[in-house]
Design a binder for this molecule. Structure first.
Ligand code: GLC
Length: 754
């Protein structure tokens, strides 16, 4: 019998009969739970999108229905102190038990101050920087009443056709895991009840980035080994970092939709990893179990999702409509329901909302904390460090700030929306510094700058191309800002053709004819296929979508106030036909790098990437000594020391991201030709040398054997240390014995699909 169905007088008699010790131990959450009706409990497991609350239609099994906000436990999308306070007041004053709302929002790479999109930030290979940006995002968002962010997005992807690569950390689980943990720490800060601490969500669980064909929402169908070695680790890292929620993805995995995947949601996350946080579906994903063909009725979608482990339904309302009946007819257990509601109430308790439901919605703090000079300075630093120099023929860059007459061309140069990219929080594009503005800010007064859009990514139309060619011929320098708009990247924006879209290639052809010094500044949300004409530019700068300080950061690098240090977190293919293409590939029995024609390669395109994972140039140069190892042979329980000396052999100071890769040369299962197992960013003055050291242990030597049992096997290993994933700077060592693991400190996922 639920609390509210028991007459209050009888309930008070029951309570009075409890021994004092029981009363003394009463937990407010348990007290509340005992009072809640079934509908009130299920309301806590329902979330509404802001545009669908109050009077707006709610997507409910595909049909618009109305829904008062007092019947749900959380709301998605309220993004101001005023709006969150207003909604909170409605719930506190308009509901029987006055349970505060949780306000959720996609605070992915900033709130009002926007930082580089995650794929850009991953190019900085700087977990501390990532954590600092997430901390500022949380400070700004919580002042507006946001309790819960649906970030970090930790999906690994090896397919740039997928629009959402922009939101993640690229192709590598080691780099991705380091950044996942850093972002979780940043969003949480010192943790509740600090009012700048937000609940963080690792999404989208799991293998969403393996969508077949790179087509968003498509099926993921991959081996258990790849699931465990590539797609699960960043979620493990997020759980170890204390993430508060996990969001099952839209996709199915090998025939089982993630929102009804009991083995992974309950079997792995809850039972094996011990994850005690919230599981929140993605938007209509519960309802989508119908179109996915595993639920015959809306009630089935609610039953399947809830029994698989999904606590909260985000936008569709299957839970609210059908769970009451499912609980009453025993198809959903009351215990599981109470466990889910308890997790929601405990999250609210942790945030201090039962003490003060309005503590986060603070208009004064909101005004004082957003877009401050300090936050802008961090945005500029993050943007500078996210820029990757891909090409710099004849050391054209850095440019003089008095380069003569400058032509800036390409519609993206003045596109403020492009600077903030997809999922830009509560940003106002007009707060952003465009590339054109940044150039104007930096160039010497009196420099003649002409800006002509010329072409855009969204139209084949060429604008004033005759004028563009005339001005180009009369200029001393051309800066072409080319790439994608923010809308050509992100959710439901997959592309089958990764070339420069619209009329940009045609524009480029016109510019190249002039023979003038040409710098291309790329603004894009994914690795692109940069065709021959792009390759003819003298200099090529990958700037992604850099956020509020885009223009200033691009100028800082172009004119040499900052020496670029970014390295690619994702491989750039030569041709879309090479996809999936990634550095941690297998050697095969006929290695593509082998000679002869019977090798695993193409007859029409080189098999190698255009730009490899980890690649990025500098305005200076660095040399590496051969790796020095503490052992040439060691036991599996020992730690291997690896040391290299890096020297700045150029004339400018600069940062270098030193990367360490490891290959298990022979094992009981095939292993990638190399895997990233360490990275370190160092700053060197011209001529300066520094020793950089790493240590490797059983967690690095380990593999999952053919039965997915974690172990270290005896045998030879090769360690590579260098500037990117193609380095041949190597040394060899042997592990002398084999050992069964669990790997200490890691809840290693064991068989998840059995
Ligand atoms: C979207 C996205 C998810 C986001 C959610 C709420 O469909 O898949 O990443 O958190 O809806 O906006």
């Amino acid at each position: 019998m639920d609390g509210a169905t028991m007459p209050l007088r009888l309930a008070s008699l029951v309570l009075a009969s409890l021994p004092l010790v029981a009363l003394a131990q009463n937990d407010p959450v348990e007290d509340l739970l005992a009072k809640m009706s079934l509908e009130e409990k299920i309301g806590q497991l329902s979330q509404l999108s802001i545009q669908n609350t109050l009077t707006g239609p709610v997507i409910d099994q595909g049909e618009p229905t109305q829904m008062p906000v007092t019947l749900v436990g959380s709301v998605l999308g309220a993004s101001s102190a005023q709006a969150t306070r207003q909604l909170q007041e409605q719930v506190i004053n308009g509901s029987r038990l006055r349970i505060p709302l949780l306000f959720a929002y996609d605070v992915v790479h900033g709130f009002r101050t926007v930082f580089p999109v995650p794929l850009a930030l991953a190019s900085a290979w700087d977990p501390d920087l990532a954590q600092r940006t997430a901390r500022v995002a949380a400070i700004e968002a919580t002042a507006s009443g946001v309790h819960w962010t649906f970030a970090p997005m930790v999906d690994i992807s090896r397919d740039p056709r997928w629009g959402r690569v922009v939101e993640g950390a690229g192709e590598d689980p080691f780099l991705g895991s380091a950044l996942a943990a850093a972002l979780v720490h940043g969003f949480k800060g010192s943790g509740a009840p600090d009012i700048s601490s937000m609940l963080a969500t690792a999404k989208h669980f799991v293998a969403y980035g393996a969508a077949e064909g790179g087509r968003d929402y498509n099926v993921a169908d991959l081996s258990e080994r790849t699931l465990r070695e590539v797609y699960l680790p960043p979620f493990q890292a997020a759980v170890a970092a204390g993430v508060d929620a996990i969001m099952p993805a839209f996709n199915e995995l090998a025939g089982v939709p993630m929102n009804s995947h009991t083995a992974l949601l309950t079997g792995l996350l809850r039972k094996q990893w011990g994850f005690a946080g919230l599981l929140v579906s993605d938007f209509n994903a519960v309802w989508e179990l119908g179109p996915q063909g595993i639920a015959a009725t809306p009630a089935d979608t609610a039953r399947l999702a809830f029994n698989a482990g999904v606590d909260i339904e985000m936008a569709s309302q299957s839970y609210r409509q059908h769970l009451p009946t499912l609980v009453r007819n025993g198809q959903v257990s009351r215990k599981n329901l109470d466990d889910a509601v308890r997790r929601v109430l405990k999250a609210k308790q942790r945030l201090g909302l039962f003490d003060d439901p309005y503590r986060y919605s603070d208009e004064a703090r909101e005004r004082a904390s957003q877009l401050t000079p300090q936050h802008r300075a961090l945005a500029r630093e993050a943007a500078q460090k996210s820029i990757v120099l891909l090409k710099n023929n004849d050391a054209l860059l850095p440019l003089s700030k008095q380069p003569g007459k400058v032509l800036v061309v390409g519609s993206l140069a003045s596109d403020a929306s492009a600077t903030i990219g997809p999922w830009a929080g509560a940003a106002h594009p007009e707060d952003s510094v465009t590339v054109l503005q940044g150039l104007r800010n930096a160039l010497a007064p009196g420099t003649q700058i002409t800006y002509l859009p010329g072409a855009s990514p969204i139209s084949q139309h060429l604008q004033d191309i005759t004028l563009v060619e005339k001005v180009a011929r009369d200029s001393d320098l051309i800066i072409a800002v080319l790439g994608e708009t923010a809308e050509q990247s992100g959710e439901s924006h997959s592309r089958a053709d990764l070339g420069l879209p619209g009329g940009q290639i045609a524009l480029l052809g016109s510019l190249l004819k002039t023979g003038k010094p040409l710098v291309i500044v790329l603004m894009n949300g994914r690795p692109l296929v940069l065709d021959a004409s792009v390759q003819q530019a003298h200099a090529l700068l990958e700037t992604w979508f850099l956020g509020s300080e885009t223009g200033n950061a691009v100028a800082d690098v172009l004119f040499g106030d900052v020496n670029p240090s970014g390295k690619l977190p994702m491989t750039f293919p030569r041709h879309v036909g090479q996809i999936p293409i990634y550095y941690a590939h297998k050697n095969t029995g006929r290695p593509p790098s082998g000679d002869g024609s019977y090798a695993s390669a193409y007859i029409d395109v080189p098999w190698t990437p255009l730009y490899p994972f980890g690649f990025g140039l500098s305005y200076t140069s660095f040399s590496y000594s051969s790796p020095r190892l503490s052992h040439t042979r060691l036991a599996s329980t020992q730690t291997l020391g690896v040391e290299v000396t890096v020297t700045n052999t150029g004339k400018r100071a600069g940062d270098e991201i030193v990367q360490l890769y490891l290959r298990d040369d022979v094992a009981s299962v095939t292993r990638p030709v190399r895997r990233l197992r360490g990275f370190r960013k160092i700053y060197l003055a011209p001529g300066e040398s520094r020793s950089v050291s790493f240590s490797l242990d059983q967690r690095d030597f380990a593999l999952l054997d053919e039965h997915f049992s974690p172990k270290v096997e005896a045998g030879s290993f090769t360690v590579f240390v260098g500037p990117d994933s193609t380095t041949t700077n190597q040394a060899h060592f042997e592990v002398s014995d084999k050992r069964q693991l669990p790997i200490p400190g890691q809840s290693v996922p064991v068989a998840v699909l059995d």
